[in-house]
Design a binder for this molecule. Structure first.
Ligand SMILES: Nc1ncnc2c1ncn2[C@@H]1O[C@H](COP(=O)(O)OP(=O)(O)OP(=O)(O)O)[C@@H](O)[C@H]1O
Ligand SMILES: [Mg+2]
Length: 547
């Protein structure tokens, strides 16, 4: 060794989370010009929707984008939410890992406390300028400029002014200049993002003003706000020993491990604690929470997961998770895709690791304007959403994509899924979506999540299969009718000859035609009797698909 260890360690330094993300901005979704702009809008719009939801307000959001020069744009996002109080606005928009969501078990689009400050950071590092904010709340208005002190991860506020108002206005306006970005209408663009947001948030009115000056309005199309998701406690199923240790040891309210379990978890009654105690001989549930040892926590977690025959758990509260809902998904998809067929499924709440409940809903639309048009036909289209926020990027590593691709589509009458006029929509709702990264664009391939997505899609695919099967049946029927009709004249003439003048060919033709029309009339559903030959032909067709 030609250098002392002490000397090497003269380089040792600490860094703030803001410095980390400044250096690794791609982790927040700031990579590529189009994606970076979509990321900025994604962060502002999800915040506006969350804030309105929390305030019980029908969201009215306007996003405006103007080109300043090549690859440099001015962005303004405004909402009619509750606004942010003066005391918190600096940290909310200018400090990483700060906000009202990270620490709570409540279904919201944001969950980290990085989105808004990440956008402030991006304005700063690409244009050197702070962002401007204007917040109307209670009977006040606070406006000023903000940037991030990267070294300290603290907000730097400038020219802040607080004014009294008559209280008639509420909401937040953020505007800034951003470079290394680009506006277009591609499938990864702000335009597509807003369109998809409007699709699954019909209770919101969203306006996009494009750099060309074109104003695109997505009006509110429902008169009811989605139910407010209830803030819950974690469910015992799915928790790990480490989770349990952290939860219980940080419980300052309870005096005993037993009561702490009840305090921390949902669905944990005194009876359940007694059942657990019986399954954990040697673990003292009367001890103080701070004295819980790893080995004891391990035993408790093992008992929690010991199976239905030993201990059964009530499913998580359904009002904690608010999916979009079948009617709404159907209405929205019909309006944009005009499909020939649609099937929608909504699964029951399930739990994934950490005791986190989630719900998967899936819609499958076929025909009409489904899929994505390409030069030589159509590609299938997968629309991914998490808590009603569109996921446009990182499709490859996403549990939703993986689950959909793993479905054996041929079994459902879809020969070539990739090139079919089909759109699959999946929305994952949860109090904590397991994103693969801070950019929140792909869902981690947690086994439980992948399974649920697959089940939801397969359930919808079964309905599609029935529809396609019916269509095949109809086609076979029409073809057979056509074939018989081709011989009708000849057959009538031959029969008349055989009858030796007892019947006229024209009369026979009429009668035969009536017979054929009766046998092959109407929709297949009306014909309950079935036709063994037709069924055979359909099976043969479907076998061809399987080959
Ligand atoms: N439009 C808004 N109206 C009211 N409050 C807002 C608004 N935008 C942001 N906030 C507040 O600022 C906080 C920080 O926002 P930020 O986007 O950084 O984090 P987040 O939404 O909590 O999580 P995520 O990083 O996942 O987006 C939010 O938690 C919220 O309290
Ligand atoms: Mg956010």
């Amino acid at each position: 060794m030609d250098v002392s260890t002490e000397k090497i360690f003269t380089q040792f330094k600490e860094h703030s989370v803001a410095e980390f993300f400044k250096k690794n901005r791609q982790m927040l979704g700031f990579s590529g010009k189009v994606r970076s702009l979509t990321t900025i809008i994604h962060e502002y719009v999800t915040n506006s929707l969350d804030a309105c939801e929390e305030g019980g307000i029908f969201p009215e959001i306007t996003v405006e984008v103007k080109e300043i020069e090549e690859d440099k744009y001015w962005v303004r996002s405004s909402d009619n939410g509750p606004g942010i109080p003066q005391k918190h606005i600096g940290k909310a928009l200018g400090m990483m890992l700060a906000g009202t969501k990270f620490h709570r078990y409540v279904q919201q689009r944001g969950q980290q406390g990085i989105g808004a400050s990440g956008s402030t950071m991006f304005a700063q590092i690409t244009t050197g300028k702070p962002i401007k904010f204007d917040s109307y709340y209670d009977k006040k208005r606070v406006h000023g400029e903000l940037s991030v002190d990267f070294q300290k991860n603290e907000p730097l506020m400038r020219n802040a002014v607080v004014e009294e108002t008559d209280g008639s206005r509420h909401g937040l306006i953020v505007e800034g200049e951003f470079a290394e970005v680009k506006y277009d209408r591609s499938s990864f663009s702000v335009y597509e993002y807003i369109k998809r947001t409007a699709l699954v948030n019909p209770h919101a009115a969203i306006t996009l003003i494009e750099p060309t000056g074109e104003k695109i309005t997505f009006p509110r199309s429902v008169d009811m706000l989605p139910p407010k998701p209830r803030e819950i406690r974690p469910h015992p199923l799915g928790i790990t020993t480490n989770d349990l240790m952290e939860f219980i040891r940080s419980d300052k309210e309870s005096r005993k491990i037993g009561s702490s379990l009840q305090n921390i978890f949902s669905r944990m009654s005194a009876g359940k604690v007694a059942e657990l105690a019986a399954l954990c001989p040697g673990v003292d549930f009367e001890r103080a929470p701070k004295d819980l040892q790893w080995a004891d926590a391990e035993k408790i977690v093992k008992a929690i997961h010991s199976g239905k025959d030993k201990i059964s758990w009530i499913a998580p509260e359904t009002d904690a998770i608010v999916p979009i809902g079948k009617d709404q998904v159907e209405k929205s998809m019909r309006s944009i895709l005009a499909p020939e067929f649609m099937a929608i499924t909504e699964r029951k709440p399930k739990i994934y690791k950490g005791g986190v409940p989630f719900v998967v809903e899936a819609a499958l639309a076929w025909g009409g304007n489904c899929g994505r048009p390409v030069a030589d036909g159509h590609n299938s289209d997968i629309m991914r959403f998490a808590n009603r926020a569109p996921l446009l990027f990182d499709a490859g590593g996403c549990a939703i994509t993986e689950a959909i691709k793993s479905v054996e589509w041929k079994r459902y009458g879809i020969r070539d899924f990739e090139n079919e006029k089909i759109t699959v929509l999946v929305n994952l709702s949860s109090v904590h979506v397991p994103y693969t990264g801070a950019g929140k664009q792909a869902v981690a391939t947690e086994e439980e999540v992948v399974d649920e997505v697959k089940m939801a899609v397969m359930e919808a695919a079964r309905d599609l299969q029935r529809y396609l099967h019916g269509m095949t049946r109809e086609r076979v029927r029409v073809e057979r009718k056509k074939a018989i009709m081709r011989y009708l004249k000849q057959l009538s003439a031959d029969l008349a000859e055989l009858a030796g003048g007892k019947a006229k060919a024209a009369d026979l033709e009429k009668k035969l035609l009536h017979l054929i029309e009766t046998k092959y009339a109407g929709k297949i559903e009306e014909d309950e009797s079935g036709d063994a030959n037709i069924e055979e032909e359909i099976s043969a067709e479907e076998e061809k698909v399987d080959e």
